[in-house]
Ligand binder design. Structure first.
Ligand code: ADP
Ligand code: MG
Length: 728
């Protein structure tokens, strides 16, 4: 084993789990570092408290004087938690979170100072964050970017900093972040869903989208991870032969959690709980050293913030425990990658889950209304959903027989399929009394019963109904959930608006009763959205063919998938729903393409480097040993040596062949990179990286991995898969 590898492995074996904090009751520390309603009630005047609540519930602007009071209360509370600084915490289009810390501390003269934090600092900041991607927005408009307080997501103390969740917008109001469009989409779905929910319950005044994400990740010993330049720079392995044992025995899945990992998880969960992230489940995932963490669901904006915060916290906690956490969707070939299922539903202010069948026919008609409208929305906008999960890293996962394919389809299970089939036969116009009774008793009335024992689960579907929510499974583990959540809520909002219009028209013009009108519109939706429904095996070749026949999109790569995000249809939709204007849409598209090209470029450089500087020199060293050996044999045995050393001679030749293949492929790849870099248009550049550069990765890797199998293990410099994946 090479010294680098040996040292890393030795270090990883020395590591002991950090001690676990004993006996903390989670319920007692829950939200301890969050400036939540309960705290606000205690530390502010009634007037200030009410103004925050009206801002949260109705978007009412907070009066300047009250903002000062709120800021002071926030600062005083945060200082009791050890905070010395504050930051506007935001989510720029890099997908990560950003912070710029300012201290409360402010000298008033040479010898005196105070801790200060006023309303204006709370409400708005102008960070000099000009290096974040902006897709041209800030050139075209105004260089300044502002962060503005989002009171719907409570402030929290993280380390020694008071973090205030904010949106990040340009001077002219264009969104430069992930949160602003999400908040607008959530407003749109609130408006549209509330109107529709009021058909069934007049007391509904607000509808919240809910999100419960499930975060998958890998944990690798820090020393081992840092011994691999590809993991350090690209977050994944660019080469490495698969180990003799992978995940075929399924012995990791739901298995007992190793002590070191458990100690990491407990530490992480304690911090999560203090930050108000309601973490609930943890378990081993399918691949070795792969795990999952899932919280209880929350209002979508808060859930997105919590996921972003969690990823940051995981990074830090892993470091403390001498691990490196990998969020990449496909860090290792040959074993499963990681995703982030987004469970989504709609909840009213009365606490009703609109995607949960109820106990009465009315409740069930309400369920069917939201259920069918969601399916119709996905049917009409499947390409947009695909675009919302597209990234260079997620391309390695979608469609590789472990994650949903790049084709979007909806799975609802056999029982609900039957219900929709029956509803499809509802007569046009007025319903006969017999039909009404029938629907009430046999179709709508039966739903809760059948769902209770509906154990239908289809893991191969992209968008599956799972009893009382839909689960979008195509989201990448590294993604910010805001992107898919913005799309999903926007398309369903638009759909619900259409629905309302159609039902009202039938009621007014055709004089139908409300229920009749609803049945009539739903019937047409069921017919119109059939092609998106698929109950079979989403991983199969047959489905790819069938989907093509149905006219569903199947964009395998990000540059192709992203086209849907700037189609006229998408721009019209976003503008109508006031989620994004065309400048924001085009800027985002540009940023996503650039990010794609950059990612492939970085990986290409790293791969070229490793192949040339690590693999080839090592192969040559080993080849030299073989040559020495052959020379020695020739010295001893004279011309008979050939009979004695056929393997050595073959190996020498084989190694030469691999080396020359690697060399020429790396050269070609570099040429293609140069060509790609010359292209000005983001679309063309991304396509060139995808179609011309990327294909070399696999070819280069193939020969490197072959060499890994041939070369003396004591010489091989890169930590091997078995070491990365099976060290605990
Ligand atoms: P699995 O998908 O692994 O079988 P569950 O069905 O128990 O697991 O739920 C997975 C996730 O669904 C959890 O994170 C949970 O918070 C979320 N979830 C449950 N109900 C809702 C809901 N109404 N809205 C959004 N997410 C939900
Ligand atoms: Mg799930």
């Amino acid at each position: 084993m090479s010294t680098i590898r040996f040292k890393a492995i030795e270090k990883s074996f020395e590591r002991k789990p950090l001690p676990i904090e004993a006996g903390v009751k989670r319920s007692e520390i829950y939200g301890a570092n969050v400036f939540n309603e309960q705290v606000m009630r205690q530390v502010m005047s009634k007037e200030a408290f009410n103004s925050v609540i009206s801002a949260i519930e109705g978007g009412v602007k907070i009066d300047r004087k009250l903002a000062d009071e709120i800021a002071a209360a926030m600062k005083n509370w945060a200082m009791t938690k050890g905070a010395t600084h504050y930051t506007h915490w935001f989510q720029p289009l890099t997908g990560a979170t950003a912070e710029k810390h300012d201290s409360f501390f402010e000298p008033i003269n040479n010898s005196q100072a105070v801790e200060k934090f006023g309303g204006s600092q709370l409400v708005q900041q102008e960070p000099d964050a000009s290096s974040f991607p902006h897709g041209g927005i800030r050139n075209t408009f105004e260089a300044r970017g502002y962060t503005a307080w989002d009171p719907t997501s409570p402030a929290f103390v993280y380390g020694t900093t008071l973090c205030i969740p904010t949106v990040f917008v340009s001077y002219t109001g264009e969104a430069l972040d992930n949160k602003a469009p999400l908040l607008r989409a959530l407003q749109a779905i609130d408006n549209a869903a509330t109107e529709v929910a009021r058909y069934f319950d007049k007391s509904v005044t607000k509808v919240n989208a809910t999100l419960g994400w499930e975060q998958e990740y890998f944990l690798i010993d820090k020393a081992l991870a840092f011994s691999r330049p590809d993991i350090v720079l690209a977050g994944r392995t660019l080469l490495g032969h698969s180990p003799a044992k992978g995940q075929q025995l399924d012995d990791h899945y739901f298995g007992s959690i190793p002590d070191r990992v458990l100690s990491f998880m407990r530490d992480l969960e304690n911090d999560c709980v203090k930050l108000g992230i309601p973490v609930k489940t943890r378990h081993n995932e399918v691949a070795p050293n792969q795990f999952e963490l899932a919280p209880l669901f929350e209002e979508a904006n808060l859930a997105v913030d919590h996921n972003s915060l969690l990823m940051d916290l995981m990074d830090k906690t892993a470091d403390k425990h001498n691990f490196k956490v990998l969020f990449h969707e496909k860090p290792f070939v040959g074993v499963n990658g990681s995703g982030k299922h987004n469970n989504w539903s709609l909840a009213t202010n009365n606490g009703t889950n609109l995607l949960s069948p109820g106990t009465t026919p009315t409740k069930n008609l309400q369920f069917l209304t939201f259920f069918i409208n969601t399916i119709k929305a996905v049917h009409d906008n499947e390409e947009l959903i695909r675009a919302s999960v597209a990234s260079a890293t997620n391309d390695h996962r979608l469609g590789s027989n472990e994650a949903p394919p790049a084709i979007v389809s909806v799975f609802i299970g056999s029982q609900l399929t039957k219900v929709l089939d029956e509803l499809e036969d509802v007569s046009k116009g007025k319903l006969s009394p017999q039909e009404k009774t029938d629907l009430k008793l046999n179709v709508v009335g039966k739903i809760p019963e059948i769902l209770l024992d509906n154990t239908d689960r289809n893991r191969t579907s992209c968008f599956a109904f799972t009893g009382n929510k839909f689960e979008l499974r195509a989201v990448g583990s590294k993604s910010n959930c805001a992107r898919p959540m913005t799309v999903l809520n926007t398309i369903v909002a638009k759909q619900l608006m259409e629905f309302k219009k159609e039902v009202d028209t039938l009621i007014e013009k055709k004089k139908l009763k409300k229920d009749e009108a609803i049945f009539n519109v739903l019937r047409e939706y069921i017919k119109a959205s059939k092609k998106i429904r698929f109950e079979g095996d989403g991983y199969s070749e047959a489905w790819v063919k069938e989907a093509q026949k149905r006219g569903l999109s199947n964009s395998k790569s990000t540059p192709e998938a992203l086209k849907a995000a700037i189609s006229k249809k998408a721009i019209d939709l976003y503008e109508e729903m006031k989620v994004m204007n065309s400048v924001e849409i085009k800027a985002r598209h540009e940023i996503e393409l650039e990010e794609y090209a950059h990612k492939v470029q970085i990986e290409g450089r790293v791969l070229g480097d490793i192949a040339r500087n690590h693999v080839i020199p090592t192969a040559i060293r080993y080849q030299n040993t073989l040559i020495e050996n052959v020379k020695g044999l020739k010295e001893v045995f004279g011309n008979d040596f050939k009979k004695l050393a056929p393997e050595q001679l073959d190996l020498i030749e084989e190694i030469s062949n691999h080396i020359s293949e690697i060399n020429s492929k790396v050269n070609f790849m570099i040429e293609e990179r140069k060509n790609a870099n010359k292209l000005e248009k983001a679309q063309l550049k991304a396509e060139a990286y995808c179609e011309k550069v990327l294909p070399y990765f696999e070819q280069i890797r193939y020969h490197c991995d072959k060499l890994e199998l041939l070369v003396d293990d004591t010489l091989w410099p890169l930590t091997k898969y078995r070491e990365l994946l099976f060290t605990k």
